[in-house]
Design a protein around this ligand. Structure first.
Ligand SMILES: C[S@@+](CC[C@H](N)C(=O)[O-])C[C@H]1O[C@@H](n2cnc3c(N)ncnc32)[C@H](O)[C@@H]1O
Length: 396
């Protein structure tokens, strides 16, 4: 399992003990762990961007979007003024989407313990910390952890970051001695930093190795996949994960091209897709195919399924789960899972009457998906496809 955390020993149940002694212990514990593994504390920068908006790869303003500390849940405003840590010349990483909405719905406060499964640039985590909550965060990307560690240094006593895939969070988080959260967030997809760094191979607009791995220790790159999968498998990936109408034609073109030479780079791959696609619309013809490849390489939908299956039991009564997704495949999974987990009864045509749902652990907080305001989309076009859904753990 490539996702296991770098923390290899059991830690005391620190986060359930907010005493001064406990806090001091957390501080020294975090210091030790960070020395040992290099990135257990978070820091970071602002990023922006979203998972799915592969057609938004134009260079984008490097403004900083941050919450103003201390304005209280729901009262946060996104401010163009850089906070203190930007004056330390921190590079731009990612602008968190739906930040005010997440804070309003997750209600971070002193004494609360939150989980951020997609730390990224640390924007959401930072806002949770600014509201006084303690945060256990995860990311599978070492770069993200490194950057967030730097950004969130001022919150070291409240914060801990672990490397790993959020699909394995129960095993990873258990190591810290934490047994439940007041709030859990995943903001799935890729960060702007991942998209912008040509060496990561996430963008078909920049030449780089055809990689697309969020976890650079995972064994299979996108190039491995496109050079070894058979035509049927490639077609399934493009169709199932990209809803690409020309899946068959593109899969064939790839098989043909790779008989001449291995497909190595993003632009080489994009050129094959463009040549196999009829010209239509404003969207770059490689958009959906790249999305599909990324989902396949990182096994993103299965990871989301696994996370949603485990998360509700890790919420304390009244604790909230928030999921931000960026395309319909993900949102469908989130919507259907939350609907099932919040339905008191299930009915099937073959049953004489509805039965009690043994999985009913949640109540829906957002009946309709929450989307970015026009102002946020104007500031950050990548927020336009973001969809937030929130549910709350029932009291028993
Ligand atoms: C959209 S960014 C998150 C941005 C973050 N909320 C912020 O405010 O900066 C997504 C991040 O989640 C990470 N990620 C995506 N899927 C993951 C998974 N299954 N497990 C762990 N990290 C994941 C990516 O590596 C990336 O850093």
């Amino acid at each position: 399992m490539n996702a296991l955390p770098a923390v290899g020993f059991s830690l005391p149940r620190l986060f359930n003990r907010p005493s001064r002694k406990g806090r001091l212990f957390v501080r020294s514990w975090l210091g030790e762990i960070s020395t040992l593994i290099g990135f257990s504390q978070v820091g970071g920068w602002p990023w922006f961007g979203t998972a799915d908006a592969m057609d938004d790869l134009m260079p984008w303003g490097r403004g900083t979007l941050v919450t103003r500390p201390g304005t209280g849940g729901g009262g946060d405003s996104l401010e163009p003024n850089p906070p203190e840590h930007f004056s330390r010349n921190m590079p731009f990483y990612h602008a968190p989407v739906l930040l005010a909405e997440v804070i309003e719905l997750l209600q971070p406060a002193p004494g609360k313990l939150m989980f951020d499964g997609t730390l990224g640039g640390g924007g959401h985590s930072e806002a949770l910390l600014q509201h006084g909550a303690r945060v256990v965060a995860m990311d599978q990307d070492v770069n993200a952890l490194r950057h967030a560690k730097e950004r969130l240094k001022p919150y070291a006593a409240q914060f801990c970051a672990l490397r790993g895939n959020f699909r394995h969070f129960p095993q990873i988080v258990e190591e810290t001695g934490v047994s439940g959260f007041d709030g859990m967030l995943v903001d799935i997809g890729v960060s702007s930093h991942q998209l912008d760094d040509a060496a990561r191979g996430f963008s078909f607009m920049r030449d780089g190795p055809l990689d697309l791995r969020m976890d650079t220790d995972s064994p299979r790159t996108a190039a491995d996949l496109v050079n070894t999968a058979d035509e049927a498998e490639l077609m399934r990936i493009f169709f199932d994960y990209g809803e690409e109408p020309n899946a068959r034609r593109i899969a064939r073109a790839i098989i043909k091209a790779r008989t001449a030479h291995r497909i190595q780079t993003t632009l080489q791959f994009a050129d094959i897709v463009v040549a196999a696609s009829p010209k239509r619309g404003k969207r770059h013809p490689a958009t959906l195919v790249f999305q599909a490849l990324r989902i396949a390489v990182n096994d993103e939908l299965a990871a989301l399924h696994d996370f949603l299956a485990a998360a509700p039991r890790w919420l304390k009564p009244g604790g909230r789960l928030a999921v931000i997704s960026f395309h319909s495949l993900e949102d469908r999974i989130v919507k259907q899972t939350l609907q099932h987990l919040s339905a008191p009864f299930i009915d099937r045509p073959e049953w004489p009457e509805a039965r009690k749902n043994p999985d009913c652990l949640l109540k829906l907080i957002t009946r309709k998906p929450v989307q970015a305001s026009a102002q946020e989309i104007e500031r950050n076009p990548r927020a336009r496809s973001a969809v937030l859904r929130v549910a709350e753990r029932l009291p028993t």
